[in-house]
Design a protein around this ligand. Structure first.
Ligand code: SF4
Ligand code: SF4
Length: 343
């Protein structure tokens, strides 16, 4: 069985336990944060085990290469502490169970992973993806199991991830372009944290997009719009990739005005929070986030994750913001798609 590689000494000697100090859902002073983290490290009870809402952000806040979020999940599961009602936890396990029905196109050395999200298949099309669109993978057999970390079901992650990786191995691919941050985060953060080998090169779709847009620079017409970016929780697993959003927006003429809930201080779409912590917290997070988008003067809300988009689209549209996925914005900039405007 795979086990989390976690260095106790790194936490014991940590000069600033930012993992918990920066948490947006619990308050600690520096000493408390250190003490609570060491309780987790030592397998003792801690308020974190019952209060953490599973936003993933401490994976970004820890700059010392330890994995506080994965450790919280491990300790919860060891102690039988559920984050959500058992029915919801089990429903997620059942809904994402492998069916032996994965859909695969004509795959050669590079696959285009759409996880288990049909919308990603639609997005991964057109001129930007013309070389790889036929090599799309879809289905639970190719779905990264990171969502189960929200429910502290680390055992499901450890059981399913090697199988998913093996399915890609059976395709014989050398590269997998990940259209979902959660997949790229799984292959580049979760897998190494648990000692699970990844025999292909994961490619983050925004790296792929940026390269394509640079190749097609002469076809870009700047969009000249202002937008607020909705950063997904899973981007916290790959914070080194967050800069790509601004690079792409700069290239296609989209201004991202400063706002309170951006970068390290981003708020997630909160739909998982609804299952984990209830509707009051979820509604509060969504309200603060959307108020902030409106106050910064944005006309568009740009999504990276389709799950965030389906959660927040109607809510942002009611406040006068047009919801749009970052790939559709890129398609609009090269004249392949009309830019919609919320009435
Ligand atoms: S998880 Fe990271 S930030 Fe938190 S105490 Fe350990 S080393 Fe420090
Ligand atoms: S996952 Fe989020 S809520 Fe939980 S401890 Fe980390 S930062 Fe706090």
């Amino acid at each position: 069985m795979y086990a989390l590689k976690f260095e106790k000494e790194i936490c014991a000697t940590c000069p600033s336990p930012d993992c918990l100090l920066k948490c947006q859902y619990m308050e600690f002073d520096k000493d408390e944060a250190h003490q609570e983290m060491m309780k987790l490290v030592n397998g003792e009870d801690s308020r974190v085990l019952t209060e953490c809402v599973t936003c993933y952000a401490c994976e970004e806040y820890c700059r010392r290469g330890n994995h506080p979020y994965y450790l919280i999940g491990e300790r919860r599961e060891e102690k039988g502490i559920l984050t959500a009602p058992r029915a919801i936890t089990n429903q997620w396990i059942n809904m994402t169970a492998m069916q032996g029905k994965q859909m695969v196109g004509e795959v050669q050395d590079t696959a285009l992973s759409s996880c288990l999200i049909p919308e990603l298949g639609m997005l991964g099309s057109g001129k930007l993806f013309e070389d790889v669109a036929q090599a799309i993978t879809f289905g639970a057999e190719f779905m990264c199991p990171a969502v189960h970390t929200h429910f502290a079901k680390m055992s499901v992650v450890k059981e399913r991830l090697p199988k998913v990786i093996d399915h890609f191995r059976q395709l014989g691919v050398e590269k997998v372009i990940c259209l979902h941050d959660e997949c790229y985060g799984t292959y580049t953060s979760i897998a190494p944290a648990f000692g699970i080998e990844v025999p292909f090169t994961p490619i983050y779709y925004m790296d792929f997009l940026l390269e394509k847009l640079n190749e097609m620079k002469d076809q870009i017409t700047p969009l000249n719009i202002r937008a607020a970016y909705q950063r997904p929780c899973s981007n916290r697993l790959i914070p080194q990739k967050h800069r790509l959003v601004r690079e792409i927006m700069d290239l296609i003429g989209v201004e991202l005005p400063d706002r309170t809930y951006q970068d390290e201080n981003s708020l997630c779409c909160a739909e998982i929070l609804r299952a984990v912590s209830g509707y009051r917290l979820a509604n509060d997070v969504q309200q603060r986030n959307i108020d902030d988008m409106v106050e910064c003067g944005a006309s568009y809300c740009v999504f990276n994750c389709p799950a965030c988009q389906s959660t927040l689209s109607e809510k942002v549209a009611k406040r006068g913001l047009t919801p749009v996925h970052i790939i559709d914005l890129c398609k609009a900039a090269i004249g392949e798609k009309e830019l919609e405007v919320t009435a």
